[in-house]
Structures are given as structure tokens and as C-alpha cells.
Ligand binder design. Structure first.
Ligand SMILES: *Cc1c(COP(=O)(O)O)cnc(C)c1O
Length: 401
């Protein structure tokens, strides 16, 4: 009797070839990626110390400076997602025993505060209602009361859809007390007006998969000389070896010495995504977001929905919309994905069940996406019995686009 030998790999999992579904990404990130960026990611690897890669590193740094509107020498992509850049910013600038004023008005402000604590810092809070922008006068009185070393705030709060207007009033209050300012610009960089140098932001970080429309993996960070001096003069080394900027300086600075292997493909992707920003022009890009998201907002409002953020804090890249009474938000979100191939998100943290979060970021911020989203959302809300006028919303958006 012949006995067939069992192939060695009989216990290997039988997994199908990768075929991700076709989605339109209109949530809080990731956003749709331009095909040029995807092509850049399929080009061959070079070593992370290859002269050609070193040249690319310089180009990425220049392109990042352009997008951030800064001349900061210390401008790099941090390996990891936005939270890695966030932890690099906070973990380097906040030393044990430092006091940080983090007037949190949303989920990501809370995350900043938590990172301060983990870096050994103390958090002083300013009362700031969720969904509303910070009042610079409250920040100033908080600064005067607590005399912090660092002030941290979120420029574009993705959890509530609130933009922080009047950033210079916040940085001025902080600087008057000698504090450094860290700004979370994850959902603003490349999507809404952001001027790091002009506005006096000492440290800004972002993520690639929001308004830059790049896959997650290498995240923008910039620090001015004052902030870098504070990092260099710490008494105690940064608690994270991986994110220690004084060590990363050897790789991103003149020396180009190995620290950790750069995510080469993600750097390619970021380079191409930033090239697209430069080609479009940063101010033109902010204007496109205002225009396209403005039509989205007008359509949503005409349909009968209300935005969560007050008018002066409207955030084009993330439109948080109140869920109409009696509507099950997760059922609507699920149907949008299953029936229409469109991703949006529910509320986060304290806003769970209260808002739909509709992103309008980077390559996703296009007229066709807005029309498709409004048609799909209108259809599903009507189906769910909400009192909305989908046709009116569509007609308004079309006339604005
Ligand atoms: C997405 C986001 C982050 C975190 O970025 P990840 O890439 O998810 O790690 C931080 N802050 C804000 C405001 C964000 O929107």
C-alpha cells in the first residue's frame, strides 16, 4: 500500500490572497491614499543608510518644513503612528517633576495628559468643555495660576470636530510664563491653516494618515531650538530609548548613524504624499478642504442635521454631526460600510453614540466623495426613520461644489 507522505506544511494556515474591499474612507483616518503614494510604496527598498536614502531623508525634512510652515531644523518623521510622534514630543519635552497645563477639551487632549503623567510630569488642568474650543483667557488664567513648564493643546480635536481658533493667543499666554507649547496637529497638518513659526508653536506633531493621506507609519514632528535646548539639557534621560530625540539626532542630524531601522517604505510614502502637498500648494490645499468640506457641511445642515462644534470652531477635516433622536448610530455606520462602501465613525469617549464623525481629509476631500457620502447617509437616515430631507441636502451640496 502506497502511503502518500504528508506535505510538511499541512498545518500551515490556508489564508486567501489579500483582497481588501473597495472603500471610500470618510472617517477620522486613515483617509484615501492617492495612487501615486501607493506606487511609491511598491518601489524597491534601499538600506536606511544608503546614500540615496539619506538624500530622501533630507527631502522629506524639507517637505515637512514646508507643510508645517516652519524653518525648524529639527523636523523629522517619527517611526510609528501619530501617537508615537505625540509620545516623542511629550516624552522628550516633559521631564520628571515638570508641570504641564493640558486644557483638554476632548479625547486626544486626555491622551496628551496621560502621556505627560507617564513621562513623570504633573498635569494641571483648565476646565474646558468637550466639543468647544479653548478660551484663551481661561488658558491665560490657568497659566498664571499654575506657572507650568509646558502647555499642551489639541489644534484639531478629532473626537469632537472642534478646531482651536486663535492659536497665537494661547502660545502668547504660555510664553509670557516661560512655558513651552506643544500642539497636537494630527488632524490639521495639510488640511487646515497651521503656521508653526508665525503662531509661536514650539513643538508640533502630526500623523500621516489624516490630512496628508498617507498610510500610517512615519509621523511628522517639529521642534524649535528652544524646545530642543530643553531636551538636550534634561537631567534625566528620556524614559523611552526608542523615541529619545537626543539619540535620534545622530540619525536625522549630520552624523547619519544607526539608531533603529527607519521604516523605509513609509518614508517613501510620506515623501510622495508631501510632494503632492507641495505641488498643490499648502494654502491652496487648506482652501480646498474649506471648499469641499464647506459643501459637505452645507449639505448636512440642509438635510436637517446639526454640527457638533460651534461655528467659529468648525473643523473642515472632521465634521462631527449630532445623531438624530431615535437613530441607532452604529446601525447606520454599519450600513454605510456594507451597502455603500463608505467608512465614517461613531463618537469617541464621552461622545459615543452622540455624533457621527465624518472626515474630509486629503485625497478623500473631493466633490465626488461628498456627494456619495451625502446620498448614502441621507438614504440610510431616512430608512432609519429620521426626520431628514436627503434630497435637499444633496441639492445644496451640489450647488456649493
Ligand atoms: C489620530 C489622532 C492621534 C493619534 O494618531 P494615531 O495615528 O492613531 O496614533 C492623536 N491626536 C489626534 C488629534 C488624532 O486625531
Amino acid at each position: 500500500m502506497s502511503r502518500q507522505a504528508e506535505p510538511d506544511h499541512a498545518d500551515a494556515p490556508d489564508v486567501d490572497e489579500l483582497t481588501p474591499p473597495d472603500r471610500t474612507l470618510m472617517g477620522p483616518g486613515p483617509s484615501d491614499v492617492n495612487p501615486r503614494v501607493l506606487r511609491a510604496m511598491s518601489t524597491p527598498l534601499v538600506g536606511h543608510l544608503d546614500p540615496s536614502f539619506v538624500e530622501m531623508m533630507d527631502e522629506v525634512q524639507d517637505l515637512l518644513r514646508y507643510a508645517f510652515r516652519t524653518d525648524n531644523q529639527w523636523t523629522i518623521p517619527v517611526s510609528g503612528t501619530g501617537s508615537a510622534a505625540m509620545e516623542a514630543a511629550i516624552g522628550n519635552v516633559v521631564a520628571p517633576g515638570d508641570l504641564a497645563l493640558v486644557p483638554s477639551n476632548g479625547y486626544f487632549g486626555d491622551r496628551m495628559a496621560e502621556m505627560v503623567r507617564r513621562a513623570g510630569g504633573e498635569v494641571a488642568r483648565v476646565d474646558a468643555p468637550w466639543g468647544e474650543p479653548l478660551d484663551p483667557a481661561d488658558v491665560r488664567s490657568g497659566v498664571e495660576e499654575h506657572d507650568p513648564d509646558v502647555v499642551g493643546f489639541v489644534h484639531a480635536e478629532t473626537s469632537t470636530g472642534a478646531l482651536q481658533p486663535n492659536v497665537p493667543a494661547i502660545t502668547e499666554a504660555a510664553h509670557d510664563a516661560g512655558a513651552l507649547v506643544i500642539a497636537d496637529c494630527v488632524t490639521s497638518l495639510g488640511g487646515v491653516e497651521l503656521r508653526v513659526d508665525e503662531w509661536g508653536i514650539d513643538v508640533a506633531y502630526s500623523g500621516p494618515q489624516k490630512c496628508l493621506s498617507c498610510p500610517p507609519g512615519a509621523s511628522p514632528l517639529t521642534l524649535n531650538d528652544r524646545a530642543m535646548d530643553a531636551v538636550r539639557s534634561r537631567d534625566e534621560p528620556v524614559r523611552s530609548w526608542y523615541l529619545d530625540l537626543s539619540l535620534l539626532e545622530d540619525y536625522w542630524g549630520d552624523e547619519r548613524a544607526y539608531h533603529h531601522t527607519a521604516p523605509v517604505t513609509n518614508v517613501y510614502a510620506l515623501r510622495e504624499a508631501l510632494r503632492l502637498v507641495a505641488e498643490e500648494g499648502i494654502e491652496e490645499r487648506w482652501e480646498r478642504h474649506r471648499h469641499v468640506a464647506g459643501a459637505l457641511r452645507a449639505g448636512l445642515e440642509e438635510m436637517g442635521l446639526a454640527l457638533n462644534a460651534p461655528e467659529e470652531a468648525w473643523l473642515p477635516s472632521l465634521n462631527a454631526v449630532r445623531v438624530p433622536d431615535g437613530v441607532d448610530d452604529s446601525a447606520v455606520i454599519e450600513r454605510l460600510l456594507d451597502e455603500h462602501g463608505i467608512e465614517i465613525a461613531s463618537g469617541l469617549g464621552a461622545m459615543t453614540g452622540e455624533v457621527f464623525r465624518i472626515g474630509c481629509m486629503g485625497h478623500s476631500a473631493r466633490p465626488g466623495n461628498v456627494m456619495a457620502l451625502l446620498a448614502a447617509l441621507g438614504t440610510e437616515l431616512e430608512r432609519a426613520g429620521a426626520d431628514v430631507d436627503a434630497d435637499a441636502g444633496l441639492a445644496t451640496a451640489r450647488s456649493e461644489l
